[in-house]
Design a protein around this ligand. Structure first.
Ligand code: KG4
Ligand code: ZN
Length: 333
């Protein structure tokens, strides 16, 4: 009955979770609001806030799980990819905790963990399945053959989908983080009000930089004619941009499903919190006879529960690392 403490600090969320024999007992997430004033994550500030938050987050995760630190059997932590200074805080804490308690240390790849979030609750997808992993830094279609046998079969050649949403919100003058605000406005707007181009990228890869430029020029040209254009059309603009991003993602996912002849299709990463994408995948799945898997909101954006569940499966495999382990800003599967 292993008790796993999971630690996540790859970007601007400090999170700790406790998993007991594969069951998630707690998942504490401390958000960093300091970045709002800067319109994006400031790496140096993020690592300083992680230092302040890490001990209280772990203490709270243990308390909520009703577990004493002496009962923890292993510590799983995000090794990468992410901001190096942020990762360093979580990695150092995990190493110190494991050393003090003389328990095993488990490294976790953050992008694999987003996929493994599907193994926290029922229903769990069956192998092999395809997972569209969409976050602020990544856009990937992953072929998942087993818990740790994953292959990226398509990915973005430039910006990530979340980055496109965040940059659009910046162009529109909305505060950071933009994704959830675009979602909110989009619910009130007409997705067909404005047409944005769909990039023609071969195979299963994506591109979002051309779309970002198209949005920038569209806003610039309309504001030149009508200074109130954005204020008067914010809902329709957000709905139209979101609609285009969702169709780009789902068209490639459909192509991948046909190519690999797979009908178990999952969604993961921060952008999977988007209501338009969730609804779009559900509808497409019904149309094509897919079994679709959409994570609960608290497991979409960055969280330590996904690190703890990945750690649980690695614990069962006896897959541990030593104290010499260092974080990695870039970390392929
Ligand atoms: O996975 P995540 O929390 O962090 C990374 O690993 O990057 O993803 C963050 C991304 C941001 O781009 C954020 O704007 C986006 O997820 N996001 C959303 C929503 N909630 C978060 N995008 C659209 N709609 C949402 N509701
Ligand atoms: Zn993430």
């Amino acid at each position: 009955m292993p008790v796993i403490l999971g630690i996540e600090s790859s970007c601007d969320e400090t999170s700790a979770a406790v998993c007991v024999d594969g069951e998630m007992r707690s998942n504490v997430i401390a958000n960093q609001t300091i970045h709002e004033a800067y319109g994006g994550v400031v790496p140096e500030l993020a690592s300083r806030v992680h230092q302040q938050n890490i001990v209280p987050a772990v203490q709270q995760a243990l308390t909520r799980a009703n577990i004493r630190k002496e009962q923890v059997d292993a510590v799983a932590f995000t090794r990468g990819p992410g901001l190096l200074g942020s990762l360093l805080v979580g990695v150092s804490f995990a190493k110190a905790f494991a050393l003090a308690r003389q328990i095993p240390l488990i490294e976790v790849n953050h992008m694999q963990a987003h996929v493994l979030a599907h193994f926290i609750d029922e229903p769990k997808p069956a192998f092999p399945f395809l997972c569209l992993t969409v976050s602020g830094g990544h856009t990937q279609i992953v072929l998942v053959r087993d818990h740790f046998d994953m292959q990226v079969v398509g990915q973005t050649t430039d910006d990530a989908a979340g980055e496109a949403l965040d940059k659009t919100s910046k162009i529109l003058g909305l505060p950071y983080p933009g994704g959830p605000l675009i979602d909110k406005h989009a619910r009130l707007g007409d997705p067909k009000a404005f047409q944005f181009p769909e990039p023609q990228i071969p195979g299963l890869d994506f591109s979002f930089s051309g779309l970002k430029t198209a949005i920038l020029y569209f806003i610039r040209d309309h504001v030149a004619l009508d200074p109130d254009f954005v204020g008067n059309n914010i809902d329709d603009i957000c709905a139209s941009v979101e609609h285009r991003i969702v169709t780009i993602l789902l068209n490639k996912l459909k192509r991948a499903a046909l190519q690999f002849n797979i009908k178990d299709i999952a969604l993961a990463g921060g952008v999977s919190a988007n209501s338009g994408l969730r609804q779009g995948l559900t509808e497409l799945g019904q149309q094509l006879g897919w079994n679709t898997f959409i994570p609960k909101f608290q497991y979409c954006t960055d969280n330590a529960a996904m690190i703890a569940i990945a750690g649980y499966y690695k614990y069962l495999n006896g897959d541990f690392v030593g104290q010499e382990i260092a974080p990695l800003a870039r970390m392929p599967f």
